[in-house]
Design a protein around this ligand. Structure first.
Ligand code: ADP
Length: 449
């Protein structure tokens, strides 16, 4: 081997960095490898928030939440196909994970609403700006502070095992160094999902053939093959999530928080057609059912002011505005008269406090301040729920649920946490909690071996 360490982490997203920092803090010598020239994976792109219950920021705002309620919401969102033991970890550790990140310097003080959640539990930086970029930056800074050996342009190719089936290292390919192997007692796979690999996506769910994707280029699923070749079983591969709101003009994902903070969805006919904060699968299907297979997020300046991320969309030119709904309709090809009636009707529902049209559970504010905005959106492939099977110690298991000694998995590369459908805000929670757990378990395991 070229190097000898205790733990090798594969992938530099939120799960990989969490695992690296936690393995290090549990006494392990660590190498973190990343096949792309940039760190952060998809985690860096996450815009919504980090779900957690029940933490001080919520208490301060008198939001009544609990790990039990988060558990219930997560199972319901995943159509009860989630692995209950993993959801139990996700929800009971969520507070500890926010505290851990906060101790490392993260600002997760803003609390917002995401689809499928009974209460506001999505924690994000003050002002609501991109949680993923922030979390990755904090983890990266902490990895640097600890002198963790981070190797870019280095792909994990094959997990190497002893004759009796224990992990003994990993074969990697560096862009300049070529192939070499690193000796290690434990390997943590944190390689993310495969949403960017449309051939693989469409082979599992033909309805998604040709869909655009929100993911970064590395999200093609080669880590799943590494896991499978090492004996790991894959599960739930057919469950692939389309994010309901990708901007048609710019291809950027428009965070669910825009709806959570009050935007409505209308079709070209100027009418609402769905509870805007339903789960992602239902919202996607509803949008694809409209004329032109797209819809418009409509909001005003009060919503814009409530979420700084919206200024980014405006800056990107994907959220045109006008001082009247009729003008906005003319610009965007929406029936302006119907749109005016729809917004008036919606505002009256906000006043009454109950959405008797579509049963939307939160009605944060009327849409009647300043300019109006429209973002045309369509669903794109966003997250792959399936992946390698793990147990409650983040150990990778085979089809018979037997542990592969020394092999761990965390984050989107794993299957089971989210069942058939992931709730917004649960990805960041998942990668921090399970990344941290995998790092800790891998470090402990390497000490024993
Ligand atoms: P998660 O959200 O689970 O942390 P991300 O998508 O954020 O997942 O990060 C996964 C990272 O792993 C990406 O940066 C991706 O480029 C990297 N990666 C994927 N496959 C490999 C591999 N075989 N070797 C090294 N890095 C990989």
């Amino acid at each position: 081997p070229r190097d000898t360490v205790d733990v090798v982490i594969v992938g530099s997203g939120g799960a990989g960095f969490s695992a690296a920092v936690s393995a290090h803090d549990n006494g392990a010598k660590v190498i973190l490898i990343e096949k792309e020239p940039v760190i952060g994976g998809n985690a860096k792109l996450a815009a919504g928030g980090m779900n957690a219950a029940w933490i001080d920021q919520q208490k301060a705002k008198d939001i009544k939440d609990s790990p039990e309620l988060m558990y219930k919401d997560t199972m319901k969102g995943g159509r009860d196909l989630n692995d209950p033991a993993l959801v139990e970890i996700l929800t009971s550790h969520s507070k500890g994970s926010v505290d851990w990140m906060t101790q490392m310097g993260a600002d997760l003080n803003d609390v917002g609403r995401m689809g499928g959640a009974s209460v506001n539990r999505s924690h994000r930086p003050t002002g609501g700006a991109g949680v993923g970029a922030h979390v990755v930056q904090v983890l990266y800074d902490n990895a640097v502070k600890r002198n963790i050996d981070l190797r870019m342009n280095t792909r994990g190719i094959e997990v190497l095992k002893t004759d009796d089936g224990k992990v003994k290292g990993i074969l990697v390919k560096g862009m300049y160094k070529g192939y070499y192997w690193v000796k290690a007692d434990a390997v943590v796979l944190a390689t993310g999902g495969f949403a960017k690999n449309n051939d693989r996506v469409a082979s599992l769910d033909p309805k998604l053939k040709g869909f655009i994707s929100t993911n970064q280029p590395g999200a093609v699923g080669d880590g799943l093959d590494v896991a499978e070749n090492a004996g790991g079983a894959l599960k739930d591969m057919q469950y692939i999530q389309a994010h309901p709101t990708l901007s048609v003009k710019g291809g950027v994902m428009v965070t669910e928080a825009v709806r959570g903070n009050g935007a409505i969805l209308v079709n070209r006919e100027g009418k609402r057609f769905v509870n805007e904060i339903t789960t992602r699968d239902k919202a996607s299907a509803a949008i694809l059912g409209q004329t032109g297979k797209s819809a418009f997020l409509i909001f005003d300046d009060s919503v814009r002011k409530s979420l700084s991320k919206i200024d980014k969309y405006i800056g990107l030119g994907v959220a045109p505005s006008a001082d009247s709904l009729v003008k906005l309709g003319e610009m965007e090809g929406i029936d302006g008269k119907a749109l005016t009636e729809t917004v008036a009707r919606y505002n009256s529902l906000v006043t009454s406090g109950k959405d008797s049209d579509f049963e939307r559970p939160n009605l944060p504010r009327a849409l009647n301040e300043g300019n109006y905005y429209a973002i045309e959106v369509t669903p794109g492939v966003h997250h792959t729920m399936g992946g390698v099977m793990i147990d409650t110690k983040a150990e990778v298991v085979n089809a018979k649920k037997q542990v592969i000694p020394g092999l761990y998995g965390a984050g989107e590369v794993t299957g089971g946490v989210h069942g058939a459908n992931r709730l917004g805000g649960n990805a960041i929670s998942d990668i921090i909690t399970f990344g941290r757990l995998a790092g800790e378990e891998a470090a402990k395991y390497s000490k024993k071996n």
